[in-house]
Design a binder for this molecule. Structure first.
Ligand SMILES: CC(C)(COP(=O)(O)OP(=O)(O)OC[C@H]1O[C@@H](n2cnc3c(N)ncnc32)[C@H](O)[C@@H]1OP(=O)(O)O)[C@@H](O)C(=O)NCCC(=O)NCCS
Length: 376
């Protein structure tokens, strides 16, 4: 029996959403190159593009963004659930718990196109509000919905920090939202697809995706990569750290390697230049120098095996420059990826996707008898 460990090279759906060429390092959403989208589009436009197939007209965008902005208000039962969690709770688990709480009202959810059209902007608004509320909870602060604005990134930052940040910070937040918005069917999207293939509701399916995202081999890699830089401390320690931990210690270099890319992840360079242009003090510039040195060492050692830096290598430094602590990094990934999860689930269900029910090859005991009472 042929078993694919880790489902490597198993195709679970057709998709028109995201194209990846892992050999050439190309990433496109609905045919548009990631560089073009990151440079020229708002996250709302990209989310709409991914979920509905085309960029929105002006009217479509106004209506979509209107629902997104309204959904920065959270029902009191969700705020109460967040408040009930300890202040030092893992922020991503607060996000997951809040989504599970939302699902309590989704008894009659249907996966029709109309339902997706109505639900998608509501979920995107709720996701940003929940994450801002979770962040504020971690700081011992109450959540207040921000004033409606012309941008998802701006509203999210205002809701998180309690003030509108400067333009270049909003632009950087927008760009990072676009860069993480989708990546075909990694573990978290596959988890969302498994849940939605049973016709579960969108909130629950996103909670399932978040559960799969949190591990260090997937969404947790930006945090893990960043923690390497802080552990190294200074650029001149990098070679020794690399030799001790990666060469002799045989640890994985976090922020390197990818199941699909066999070259540079195209998002990495965008995050790298964002981090370089945002770094505002010696501490951030120091982190960048460490990362650059580690990148060189990692590429020298691992590129012969097709292992290169991925998007998570520099994104943590960019998130820090935007103003977030390391404990927020995986949740920021989750916030963007909510758009991709919705797009893939809708595409799968609307195209008649069947319930996902694989098989396992049984290799355990043959039939046997329970031991007698005394032997137990
Ligand atoms: C992303 C990742 C899980 C993909 O893994 P995968 O396709 O299943 O590849 P494998 O885990 O089977 O690794 C294949 C080989 O490359 C090596 N490898 C892969 N990533 C590595 C890394 N980051 N550092 C060192 N070695 C690595 C493995 O040790 C293995 O070597 P071997 O064949 O000698 O045993 C893996 O590259 C990884 O753990 N990276 C670090 C975490 C990370 O940055 N994740 C974010 C992904 S966007």
């Amino acid at each position: 029996m042929n078993i694919s460990n880790g489902l490597e090279d198993v195709y679970i759906k057709n998709t028109s959403i995201t194209f990846i060429d892992g050999e050439k390092g190309i990433l496109r959403y609905r045919g548009y190159d990631i560089h073009e989208l990151a440079e020229n589009c708002t996250f709302e436009e990209v989310a709409y593009l991914m979920i509905f197939g085309e960029l929105p007209s002006r009217n479509e965008l106004v209506s979509f963004s209107g629902t997104v902005q309204k959904s920065f208000s959270l029902p009191s039962y969700v705020l109460n659930v967040i408040d009930a969690l300890p202040q030092d709770a893992d922020i991503l688990s607060v996000f997951e718990t809040a989504f599970a709480a939302f699902s309590s009202e989704e008894r009659n959810f249907s996966w029709s196109r109309e339902a997706t059209l109505a639900k998608a902007p509501e979920i995107l608004g709720h996701a940003a509000a929940v994450l801002a509320a979770a962040y504020r909870h971690s700081q011992g602060l109450k959540y207040n919905p921000p004033p409606a604005s012309d941008s998802y990134a701006k509203s999210f930052l205002s809701a998180s920090f309690g003030a509108v940040p400067e333009r270049k910070i909003v632009d950087a937040m927008n760009r990072s939202l676009v860069l993480y918005a989708d990546h075909e069917v990694p573990a978290s999207t596959t988890a969302a697809l498994v849940a939605s293939s049973t016709l579960s509701d969108m909130y629950s399916s996103i909670a399932a995706a978040v559960a799969a995202l949190r591990g260090p081999l997937h969404g947790g890699a930006a945090e893990a990569a960043y923690r390497q830089f802080t552990e190294i401390g200074r650029a001149e320690n990098t070679d020794e750290w690399f030799s001790k931990n990666i060469i002799q210690g045989k640890k994985r270099l976090m922020g390197f390697g990818h199941r699909v890319y066999r070259t540079y992840d195209p998002r990495m360079a965008i995050f790298k230049s964002m981090a370089a242009s945002l770094a505002k003090d010696e501490e951030e510039r120091n982190l960048l120098r460490i990362a650059e040195r580690l990148e060189r060492l990692g590429v020298e050692k691992f590129s012969p095996k097709g292992i290169y830096p991925n998007t998570d290598f520099y994104s943590g430094i960019a998130f820090r420059c935007i103003g977030f602590p390391v404990t927020m990094f995986t949740s920021l990934f989750a916030l963007s990826r909510t758009a991709g999860w919705i797009a893939h689930m809708s595409e799968y269900v609307e195209n008649g996707g069947r319930i996902m029910r694989p098989r396992a090859v049984y290799i355990g005991h043959g039939p046997r008898e329970l031991p007698g009472e005394k032997a137990r």
